[in-house]
Design a protein around this ligand. Structure first.
Ligand SMILES: Nc1ncnc2c1ncn2[C@@H]1O[C@H](COP(=O)(O)OP(=O)(O)O)[C@@H](O)[C@H]1O
Ligand SMILES: [Mg+2]
Length: 306
């Protein structure tokens, strides 16, 4: 396991900002850390990167304990903190050299080479001679990523790396994270549901400090306990009363004499029953469309509980 978290907690006075969460991240995985503002994402990341001591629980990074071996842990991790703190008066290369020196102390002959490679990797070439303060937000984000990558860490911990970006920059940074994920283990936080779908192998949802889901993105919809809706259209008119005969239908909304929305629970059984019904009435079924609940619905359902 690259990262192993066991009952990790952080209390601020009597507030449980992180409340006994446990999860594991495998080598090479891209884990999305999803939750509304104030859920405890940044606090968890600060503990994993040894910036904050936990109040209780343990965690290890590449088998190294975050409390016993913080220096070794920091060598394994590249961290992009929330709001990407950078020195705006420094030049891009100057800053990356500084970041590299912070990690390696001795300046080695190949530090120039390493900086060049990193600039290539994050796509900073065209802007590499500028001051950080002169860069667009998307490019500042690339500098933040470069800083996190400079010492060739095995694990990247990125705290809301896409927040505040315009749609083009957003797509660029998401692609970059995916690309980096081919080589590294990545944990990144976001409050955007589509982002986990676009980028992650697995998603953890936290709310009010508690872990409420740990799933593959494609399984999130299964967590919904609400009923499903199926829109149907028949060729010939049909009475809503007749549709009551279909097993597993709980409720019927009429759209027109031939179109209805049927409410039920078990999608596959319900669809089979609708089909059999249409055959038995000799009334061809022209449309059968399930309204899928969006991932936002899953997120809302999981995080609106008290
Ligand atoms: N240094 C702090 N002192 C007191 N409360 C804090 C501190 N840092 C965070 N909190 C509180 O802990 C909770 C979790 O915060 P945070 O981890 O930043 O959430 P997220 O990153 O998911 O938005 C919030 O309610 C926040 O107000
Ligand atoms: Mg945060």
């Amino acid at each position: 396991m690259s990262v192993s978290v066991h009952n990790l907690s952080k209390f601020y006075a009597d507030q449980k900002a992180v409340d006994s969460i446990s999860f594991e991240v495998k080598k090479g995985e891209i884990l999305g850390f999803l939750g509304p503002n104030g859920a405890g994402k940044s606090t968890t990341m600060k503990m994993l990167t040894c910036y904050l001591p936990p109040s209780a629980g343990t965690a290890s990074v590449c088998g190294l304990d975050i409390i016993q071996q913080p220096l070794e842990v920091k060598q394994k991790i590249g961290y992009l903190p929330e709001n990407n703190p950078l020195y705006y008066d420094m030049y891009v290369k100057e800053f990356l050299e500084f970041a590299l020196q912070v990690h390696s102390r001795q300046s080695t002959v190949d530090s120039r080479q390493r900086i060049k490679e990193t600039i290539d990797l994050v796509g900073l070439n065209v802007e590499q001679h500028k001051k950080i303060g002169q860069l667009s937000k998307g490019y500042k984000q690339r500098v933040g990523l470069a800083q996190a990558l400079i010492h060739q860490p095995e694990i990247l911990i990125l705290d809301e790396p896409t927040s505040g970006l315009d749609p083009n920059q957003l797509a660029d940074i998401r692609n970059l994270i995916k690309e980096l994920g081919k080589e590294k283990t990545i944990i990144f936080s976001t409050h955007i549901m589509q982002e986990v779908q676009a980028v992650c192998d697995r998603v953890i949802i936290i709310n009010k400090g508690k872990l409420v889901a740990d799933e593959k993105p494609e399984n999130l919809q299964n967590l919904l306990s609400t009923e499903i809706l199926i829109e149907v259209e028949f060729e010939k008119n049909i009475l809503a009363d007749e549709l009551q005969q279909i097993q597993n239908v709980h409720m019927i909304d009429k759209i027109s004499a031939t179109q209805f929305v049927l409410h039920g629970k078990d999608s596959i059984q319900l669809r089979k029953d609708i089909f059999a019904f249409a055959v038995s009435k000799n009334n061809p079924l022209l449309t059968m469309k399930q309204e899928n609940k969006s991932l936002e619905d899953v997120f809302l359902q999981l995080t609106s509980k008290n």
